[in-house]
Design a binder for this molecule. Structure first.
Ligand code: SAM
Ligand code: DTB
Ligand code: SF4
Length: 337
């Protein structure tokens, strides 16, 4: 039995199960704890469901870059802002599969493919279905993020074998309108429901550092934790400020507030994999170590995210050695379908 399953199996006797009735007051009370008490609680929960030294590795590829009609204030790929990103067409299936082969050789267990669409057209689904089948045939888990989906499109992705669909709520419902005007919070939740109904694992999280308050972090985590089931994967991104976007000059989030948000996510979503997502290129090893201590157990590896930079492989390998971390095997998340 892989270490994680063994750990989860032995831990599950007394382990805390996810709850779906979190209140904002309860979440805010967790954020208000002294830092050491918060991290201690997060560690207790983390060890009930996971091997604390295992970290899942995913690699991202932008399969269709730029020219997006949405106005997400953080995004390099919106056609509404001058960011210097050139719009491209949807990539060929073979080129995507070549990228997946390289990612697997570098140690990634999941390949995440992202497209700068508001929502895919049905003919786009014909192509991405081939990408899913090809990546799965290599023995990797698959993830896609393609914008809003209809129930029928979600069903087609499931049929092709898609393991995860990423659709972030990005921030709190209260703050959402400050960042995006071309769709609303409920649109995001609706697509997440379609993905859940199709039987695909959900990857949903958000971004910190867009000018929101700690109360917005609490509110966002309440939304995520009260989804039923909870998202199996929860990416917490640190904003990468992109010149030319409305958030290009945003003030950096305090690294300790970022760590605290990871800890609260871990406590509220005990069986989910929490991903220390965008922004690692700008974090010290010490901040990342605190994130792992707070319960983060997934990262993106490889030099690029979608359009922005990520740490070099050799740097991450060194970090894993320094911290005694090992890769989490595929299909080891205790809440995954
Ligand atoms: N178009 C699809 C969508 O919006 O769902 C998929 C791609 S979109 C780029 C995926 C996610 O990346 C966003 O929801 C956001 O949370 C994150 N993201 C985008 N730009 C970012 C940035 N500059 N810094 C941090 N996270 C970012
Ligand atoms: C997520 O939460 N973060 C990833 C993934 N899901 C698709 C994307 C991060 C994008 C960072 C900015 C860029 O590369 O353009
Ligand atoms: Fe488009 Fe997604 Fe970027 Fe928003 S986050 S502008 S939907 S690519």
């Amino acid at each position: 039995m892989p270490a994680t399953q063994e750990h989860a199996a032995s831990a599950s006797v007394n382990a805390i199960e996810p709850r779906h009735n979190w209140t904002r007051d309860e979440a805010e009370a967790l954020f208000a704890l002294p830092f050491n008490d918060l991290i201690f609680q997060a560690q207790i929960v983390h060890r009930q469901w996971f091997d604390p030294n295992e970290v899942q590795k995913s690699t991202l590829l932008s399969i269709k870059t730029g020219g997006c009609p949405e106005d997400c204030g953080y995004c390099s790929q919106s056609a509404k802002f001058e960011t210097g990103i050139k719009a491209t067409k949807l990539m060929d299936v073979d080129a995507v599969l070549e990228g997946a082969r390289r990612a697997k050789a570098s140690g990634a267990s999941r390949y995440c493919m992202g497209a700068a669409w508001r929502s895919p057209k049905d003919r786009d689904i014909d192509v991405v279905v081939e990408m899913i089948k090809g990546v799965r045939a290599m023995g990797m888990e698959t993830c896609m993020t393609l914008g809003m989906l209809t129930p029928d499109q979600a069903g087609r992705l499931k049929e092709a074998g898609l393991d995860y669909y990423n659709h972030n709520v990005d921030t709190s419902e209260e703050f959402y309108g400050e960042i995006i005007t071309t769709r609303n919070f409920e649109d995001r939740i609706e697509t997440i429901r379609h993905v859940q109904d199709a039987g695909i694992n959900v990857c949903a999280g958000g971004i910190l550092g867009m000018g929101e308050e700690i109360g917005d972090h609490a509110s966002m985590l309440v939304t995520l934790a009260n989804l039923s089931p909870q998202p199996q994967s929860v990416p917490i991104n640190m904003l990468i400020p992109i010149a030319g976007t409305p958030l290009g000059e945003a003030e950096a989030v305090d690294p300790l507030d970022f760590v605290s948000c990871i800890a609260v996510a871990r406590i509220m979503m005990p069986k989910s994999v929490v991903r220390l997502s965008a922004g690692r290129e700008w974090m010290t090893d010490e901040t990342q170590a605190l994130c792992f201590l707070a319960g983060a157990n997934s990262i993106f590896i490889g030099e690029a995210l979608l359009t922005a930079a990520n740490p070099e492989l050799s740097k991450d390998e060194k970090l894993f050695r320094r911290l005694g971390l090992k890769p989490m095997p595929a299909h080891a998340c205790p809440s995954a379908i």
